[in-house]
Design a protein around this ligand. Structure first.
Ligand SMILES: *Cc1c(COP(=O)(O)O)cnc(C)c1O
Length: 372
């Protein structure tokens, strides 16, 4: 039983067949444009740019926000490494801050305490698909004149106080990697209400020139001007077609994941030493992953070994970035370090049956009880 699994089928195949017939397979074409418009509406913003990954969307976002050498960017520590790597790729220094013990999302007080004269902005992470504390974070950002960036990699379809994930900061980045809630295998998006940011990112993601689709409608043969050395960070139109079908499925996928989370919550409610995942009352979790919290690290590892022996996929949740050799940070971030040691990710995807969920619950319960 895998820990994650995509939901793809005939609708995605039909969408791909249509792109094949259209002849436009490269990125930034008509299918991408249609997807971008629909995705922007779905996440409650005015503009979206489809990208090759969330990592490239984060990098583009930092570039258009003007991040440069000597800048410090405050980064939520408990996240996938891509969040911090983007800061390094932009030439700046990530300053890791600690997180809440219940949700794993960044602690707004810790963010406020980490601001220095070199700080330019904050990257918050919607951990496993649950939005961070954006009202408090926006207040800190306003007070210090910083920008706020939402890493919504796992959060398509989540909400915070009635607003969709993706609309909660100056910019947001999504991932369409195979392990996320909606997927084209690989892919991502950068979204914002600020047109100038997305339009500059659009050129940067296409080697620094206007995408081919815009040149096609020009009169004559104007040579595009390039003002900045850009990248190829495009999502192909083949992937965009898959994403359009995935977007149609999103409400159903969210409902299936929510049902799994409900069943897990009931199944683990009375289990000593194991805490079910927390969903705060003012937000809707997208349930990209389901993290149990186990009382101590050795016990977590013991349960994990047992689940694997029984063919049930599991994982450690996500990373405490400051503990990775590449960051070798001497900051003391005890909550993030504890979550790394005690969280146990168990199967969570939209294809799980009730019987499979019950089997996971049963195996975790017998592992805790120490029964053979
Ligand atoms: C998966 C993930 C990423 C990276 O996404 P890619 O599309 O693989 O680049 C970044 N941040 C978070 C929080 C993630 O979970």
């Amino acid at each position: 039983m895998p820990i994650g699994s995509p939901t793809v089928g005939e609708a995605e195949l039909a969408a791909v067949a249509e792109v094949f017939r259209s002849g436009w397979l490269a990125g930034s074409g008509p299918t991408c444009r249609r997807f971008e418009e629909r995705f922007a509406r779905a996440v409650g913003v005015r503009h979206a740019l489809a990208t090759s990954s969330c990592g490239t969307a984060l990098h583009l976002g930092l570039r258009v926000l003007g991040v440069a050498r000597a800048d410090e960017v405050i980064v939520a520590d408990y996240t996938f490494l891509a969040t911090a790597h983007a800061v390094v790729h932009a030439g700046a220094t990530p300053v890791f801050v600690d997180v809440r013990g219940d949700t794993g999302t960044v602690d707004p007080d810790a963010v406020a305490a980490a601001v220095t004269s070199r700080t330019v902005g904050i990257i918050a992470v919607d951990v496993a698909g649950q939005p961070a504390d954006y009202d408090e974070l926006a207040a800190v950002a306003r007070r210090h004149g910083l920008w706020l960036f939402e890493d919504a990699a796992c959060a398509a379809g989540a909400t915070y106080r009635g607003r969709p994930a993706g609309s909660l900061a100056d910019l947001a980045a999504f991932s369409f990697h195979g392990r996320k809630g909606i997927t084209a295998g690989e892919g991502g998006a950068l979204v914002s209400d600020r047109e100038e940011l997305i339009e500059r990112a659009r050129r940067l993601h296409s080697y620094g020139i206007v995408p081919a689709i815009e040149r096609e409608s020009a009169t004559g043969l104007p040579v595009p001007g390039c003002e900045e050395a850009g990248y190829n960070y495009r999502l192909s139109d083949v992937q965009a077609a898959i994403m359009t079908a995935q977007l149609d499925r999103l409400p159903g996928l969210l409902a299936s994941r929510r049902a799994v989370a409900e069943r897990y919550r009931e199944g683990f409610a009375d289990l000593p030493g194991v805490t079910p995942a927390v969903e705060l009352p003012d937000r809707e979790h997208a349930w990209q992953a389901y993290h149990l919290t186990v009382a101590c690290g050795e016990e977590r590892d013991r349960i994990a070994t047992r689940l694997r022996e029984r063919g049930i996929g599991c994982g450690f949740g996500t990373y405490a970035c400051h503990l990775q050799p590449v960051y070798g940070s001497d900051r003391h971030l005890p909550v993030s370090a504890r979550l790394l040691a005690t969280r146990l990710a168990i199967p969570m995807h939209a294809n799980l049956t009730g019987a499979e969920v019950d089997r996971v619950i049963g195996e975790v319960r017998s592992a805790v009880a120490g029964s053979p």
